[in-house]
Design a protein around this ligand. Structure first.
Ligand code: HEC
Length: 147
């Protein structure tokens, strides 16, 4: 009884996890999806980076909202780099060095998550400290995997 309840719960979790993953009819759809999520992520990230760099006035609420959104968005593009979706500005190296690409993606997710935590404090110095490593994690992946 408990066993079957448990497996029903596991199945339900599995089903919702699968449903949350976008599926793509064509490689072009996957490319458009990953570019759109990266672009929207960058718009949020840049808003915070501009405040950290003194190019925009610091607004703690906007910084928090933007960093939080960037941290959500940076988890999204990677599913759009599935098998057979070579193209866009993506380097073919992505499909040859999957482990390295995935590691670069999780590194960036971690750094942008830290940025979101820093932004929640409302402290500009904390944001300044977190923005550098976050930006470096974007650059590290772009250097190896973007053309
Ligand atoms: C794990 C690798 C990886 C990480 C980490 C990464 N990017 Fe990228 N990024 C790419 C690749 C690959 C492309 C090209 C995608 C394509 O054209 O299909 C890209 C494209 C982009 C684009 C162009 C999107 C468009 O309009 O076509 C922007 C903007 C961008 N990245 C910003 C960022 C920022 C900001 C970060 C860090 C917060 C970041 N990326 C982290 C791999 C990465």
């Amino acid at each position: 009884m408990i066993r079957s309840l448990l497996s029903a719960a596991v199945l339900a979790v599995f089903a919702s996890a699968v449903a949350a993953q976008p599926t793509f009819a064509t490689p072009q759809d996957a490319i458009k999806y990953r570019q759109a999520t990266l672009k929207e992520m960058q718009q949020n990230f840049k808003r915070v980076a501009d405040m950290a760099g003194g190019r925009a006035d610091f607004d703690a609420k906007v910084a928090e909202a933007s960093a939080t959104r960037a941290a959500e968005l940076i988890k999204m593009p990677w599913v759009g780099f599935g098998p057979g979706t070579e193209g866009g500005k993506a380097s073919p190296a992505i499909w040859k060095e999957q482990d390295k690409f995935k590691a670069a993606a999780s590194k960036a997710e971690g750094e942008v998550a830290k940025l979101a935590v820093a932004a929640k404090t409302g402290n500009l110095d904390a944001i300044k400290a977190a923005i550098g490593p976050a930006g470096a994690s974007c650059k590290a992946c772009h250097d190896s995997f973007r053309e």
